[in-house]
Ligand binder design. Structure first.
Ligand SMILES: CCCCCCCCCCCCCC(=O)CC(=O)SCCNC(=O)CCNC(=O)[C@H](O)C(C)(C)COP(=O)(O)OP(=O)(O)OC[C@H]1O[C@@H](n2cnc3c(N)ncnc32)[C@H](O)[C@@H]1OP(=O)(O)O
Ligand SMILES: NC(=O)C1=CN([C@@H]2O[C@H](COP(=O)(O)OP(=O)(O)OC[C@H]3O[C@@H](n4cnc5c(N)ncnc54)[C@H](O)[C@@H]3O)[C@@H](O)[C@H]2O)C=CC1
Length: 310
């Protein structure tokens, strides 16, 4: 059963599928998530403009997407490497880059924001985009933990604003949470559900509640893990082994933290603490703060809870 799911996941995430009403997509933020979203959107036939702050960052992201596509092509075109090369160049050819987010949304049907997990920075971005994008453009955020309603408040198009919450790594994870606020209109919500399916994802509708579905359950679990360590009750490595072998998770909570990025984890925790300061589980984590303060952000910097080969 597990292997059948694995095969279906890969087929869904990697093939060129039907294109929904979204023709031009702009993805803002080309880090872990933005590059994954851009890659899978382009692999399913969408024209993507990928935006970040500098050309250096964008070039690095294009390189990462190519490496990921090579992994996909190696399996998908195992018997015909030439077709694999064509697949890769076709997908990469549907992605263009830009460092000017306002210019990059001028033709967009849909914008997916995947920048740093900070409400102020996201609001500043959307307020500027709102003035530059056509009326019909739908805005979405891939936020892990910030209420979509709070981000949408920075625009005049709260009815054309929703959440598209993808999972890391985007080429492999088949779930997409489609978040609708009390103001998201039916047309927007239906377009987002259709777009998610056109990207090969399994879509679940979510209300705009803290953590949506997955993170509502995942954040307390991850936090209990770090509290176990802070109390000296267990070591990260032992907790990871326990959760993999005892609960069947593909990664333990500390491996997953390094994979997600400890800076992003800290943004999430700080945000939940700010919104619910009396909740003991959400109080700042001294261990997480120490690692982030030392620049140990996980796989992206080569060290977090673990050391990684860069
Ligand atoms: C403790 C600190 C407390 C902090 C408090 C704050 C808490 C906040 C927590 C909230 C975090 C929120 C983040 C979020 O919003 C939502 C998320 O995304 S949560 C993360 C969800 N993701 C997972 O849970 C991932 C779990 N891991 C896995 O599924 C697998 O390990 C993984 C698929 C990543 C890798 O598989 P594995 O077998 O381990 O390794 P391989 O390298 O062999 O890969 C297997 C297979 O997959 C292919 N592949 C992997 N990655 C890619 C890629 N990027 N592109 C293309 N292909 C890829 C690879 O080629 C292999 O294929 P084979 O055919 O098997 O060779
Ligand atoms: N890391 C993860 O596993 C997941 C993260 N998310 C969410 O996705 C978002 C992005 O997370 P990651 O990709 O992990 O972060 P990341 O740190 O890898 O990438 C963020 C990118 O945004 C760029 N950026 C920052 N401000 C910008 C601006 N104003 N304009 C253009 N680009 C800007 C940065 O240069 C960086 O390349 C966050 O909201 C996060 O909560 C959601 C699901 C999973």
């Amino acid at each position: 059963m597990a292997s059948v799911c694995k095969i279906v996941t890969r087929q869904l995430s990697t093939s060129v599928g039907r294109q929904g009403p979204v023709k031009y997509l702009t993805v803002i933020g080309s880090g872990l998530m933005g590059s994954g979203i851009a890659q899978v959107a382009a692999a399913t036939g969408h024209n993507v403009t990928l935006v970040d702050q500098t050309d250096d960052i964008l070039n690095k992201s294009m390189g990462n997407m190519k490496k990921s596509l090579e992994r996909v092509a190696k399996k998908k075109y195992a018997d015909n490497p030439k077709d694999g090369e064509e697949f890769i160049s076709g997908v990469m050819g549907r992605i263009s880059t830009n460092t000017d987010s306002s210019k990059a949304v001028e033709k967009a049907d849909l914008v997916i924001e995947a920048i740093v997990e900070n409400l102020g920075v996201k609001k500043q971005l959307f307020s500027a985009l709102d003035k530059a994008a056509p009326q019909h453009t739908i805005f979405t955020s891939n936020t892990s933990s910030i209420p979509i309603t709070d981000i949408a408040a920075s625009t005049q198009r709260r009815d054309r604003f929703g959440g598209l919450h993808y999972f890391n790594p985007v080429p492999m994870m088949k779930l997409l949470e489609v978040v609708r606020t009390s103001e998201t209109n039916d047309e927007t919500f239906n377009t987002l559900m259709e777009f998610g399916k056109a990207m090969g994802k399994v879509t679940v509708p979510c209300k705009d509640t803290a953590g949506f579905i997955v993170n509502r359950l995942l954040v307390p679990y991850m936090l209990e893990a770090v509290r176990l360590v802070e109390r000296g009750d267990a070591a990260p490595r032992d907790i990871d082994v326990a959760m993999k072998l005892g609960a069947g998770y593909p990664m333990g909570p500390f491996e997953l933290s390094d994979y997600v990025g400890l800076d992003t984890m800290k943004f999430i925790l700080d945000g939940w603490h700010e919104r619910d300061p009396d909740h003991p589980l959400f109080k700042p984590s001294a261990l997480l703060n120490k690692l982030v303060g030392e620049g140990k952000l996980g796989m992206k910097t080569g060290e977090g809870f673990y050391k990684h080969k860069k």
